[in-house]
Design a protein around this ligand. Structure first.
Ligand code: URA
Length: 435
């Protein structure tokens, strides 16, 4: 049998590995028999040489088999989940999941922390004082059964391989590989005992995937992995060139998600969250048509059912449900730095990558695996692409608790904004449906 270094060499030299090779790597790493440095070298070799679709499927299967699959046979159907490939200001899950659960969909959601410059649902939920993101399998199942929705991070029982690999990729420059993204997402989601899965594949500067054709390829790869396991998978390709909504940062995003659930959200965030909730409802076949699913999602947002569901979930997982109304109960930053427009014009671009990296610099994300998160920090935009501004008008504010990286973060945010004399062409938010 090859030594681990031989598998690293094989991948470095562009060879295709087998299912058995991936099982050895994944099981060995998860059991601490393979050190981080060897796994990091392997991931980088794969990142540079690419993995074939067969290898991506083998990796996803090995990662899935390494943990336990939830036996959801006593949880009612329809069981549908959603997952985003990661964006900046992407707090859609906090809105779409409770909306779908309020419609009678059972949503067993295993979710991750921030990755690279993109935020993670787990970190956002952890900004809620008291909220527990590590549920045991039986707690998780019971809550899905009783309330229709539970959130948990990967644990030593559920998706243990993704838990370790996800954190390692984040700090070794190996996040943006289609095969690694597909295996990470599908190994978590296929452990959930789902009937259907909706993917939000983000495209653009704030995403892990920059081009539409790459995004379509990723969507198709995940759909084919799902098909092998009898899970219906659909994917929306959505624009992630500028941040979604106005806020970037963990507690700030919980606040904006709460406002959106109360009908006071920005149009882009409200529109996308409603569409994703509707598609979850439709995939669960709780609606005859996508049009009636959209009406149902809008109704559940408008009549308060969706926010009540989120409050119930927060309370069940140990958090203070009042945070959805009283934002002073969330962690608050101590400093504010305003960035203003240098001249008159139209905002033609807000580079989401720069805004995401600035938020990470302030402490909203991690530079190394065990870095703590500062839940209070982030950026609030005052304007979005297409808005007209005058010289000196506030474009956004940075919220911080430690000034060390502030000048660099301000520089990034200033560079993120581009102004033009004429209004830019409007861009579509929802680009395509892949199924
Ligand atoms: N979301 C995940 O769960 N994993 C990735 O690798 C990227 C986004």
């Amino acid at each position: 049998m090859d030594r681990i270094v031989d598998l690293i060499r094989a991948k470095r030299d562009g060879e295709e590995l087998t299912q058995e090779d991936f099982e050895r790597l994944v099981n060995g790493y998860t059991r601490n028999e393979i050190p981080d440095y060897q796994m990091a070298a392997f991931l980088m070799a794969g990142y540079c040489n690419d993995f074939s679709d067969a290898e991506a499927t083998a990796l996803a299967t090995a990662m899935l088999n390494c943990g336990q699959r939830l036996d959801m046979s006593d949880v009612p159907t329809p069981r549908v989940d959603k997952h985003s490939t990661g964006g900046v200001g992407d707090k859609v899950t906090l809105i779409a999941a409770p909306t779908a659960a309020a419609a009678g969909i059972y949503v067993p959601m295993i979710t991750g922390r921030g990755l690279g410059h993109t935020g993670g649902t787990l970190d956002k939920l952890q900004s809620i004082p008291g909220f527990r993101t590590q549920l045991s399998m039986s707690e998780f199942k019971t809550q899905v059964k009783e309330l229709g929705l539970a959130f948990t991070g990967q644990t030593d029982e559920i998706s243990p391989a993704d838990k370790r690999l996800y954190a390692l990729r984040d700090v070794t420059g190996t996040v943006e590989s289609l095969a690694l993204i597909a295996a990470s997402i599908m190994s978590k989601k296929l452990a959930e005992g789902l009937g259907a899965l909706l993917l939000d594949v983000k495209v653009g500067r704030g995403s892990l995937i920059r081009g539409r054709s790459e995004a379509r390829k990723l969507a198709q790869l995940m759909i084919s992995i799902g098909r092998r396991m009898n899970v219906t998978v659909q994917a929306l390709l959505t624009d992630m060139d500028q941040p979604l909504g106005f806020t970037v940062g963990n507690a700030l995003e919980v606040m904006e998600a709460s406002q959106t659930l109360q009908g006071q959200g920005p149009p882009d965030l409200t529109g996308l969250s409603t569409e994703l909730a509707a598609r979850m409802i439709y995939l669960g076949q709780s609606s005859r048509s996508i049009e009636s699913a959209r009406d149902q999602a809008q109704q559940l947002l408008a009549d308060g059912s969706a926010i009540t569901k989120l409050r119930d979930i927060i309370a069940a997982q140990g958090g203070d449900p009042e945070v959805v109304y009283r934002f002073d109960l969330l962690p608050n930053a101590s400093g504010e730095q305003i960035v203003s427009s240098p001249r008159d014009g139209y905002i033609s671009r807000i580079n989401a990558d720069d805004i995401g990296r600035a938020a990470v610099m302030l402490g909203a994300g991690r530079d190394s695996m065990d870095d703590p998160i500062d839940p209070a920090v982030g950026v609030i935009l005052q304007s979005k692409v297409g808005d007209q501004v005058v010289a000196g008008q506030q474009l956004c504010a940075l919220y911080y608790t430690d000034e060390t990286n502030l000048p660099e973060a301000v520089q990034l945010v200033e560079d993120a904004f581009r102004l033009s004399v004429n209004p830019p062409e409007p861009r579509d938010l929802i680009l395509d449906l892949v199924q």
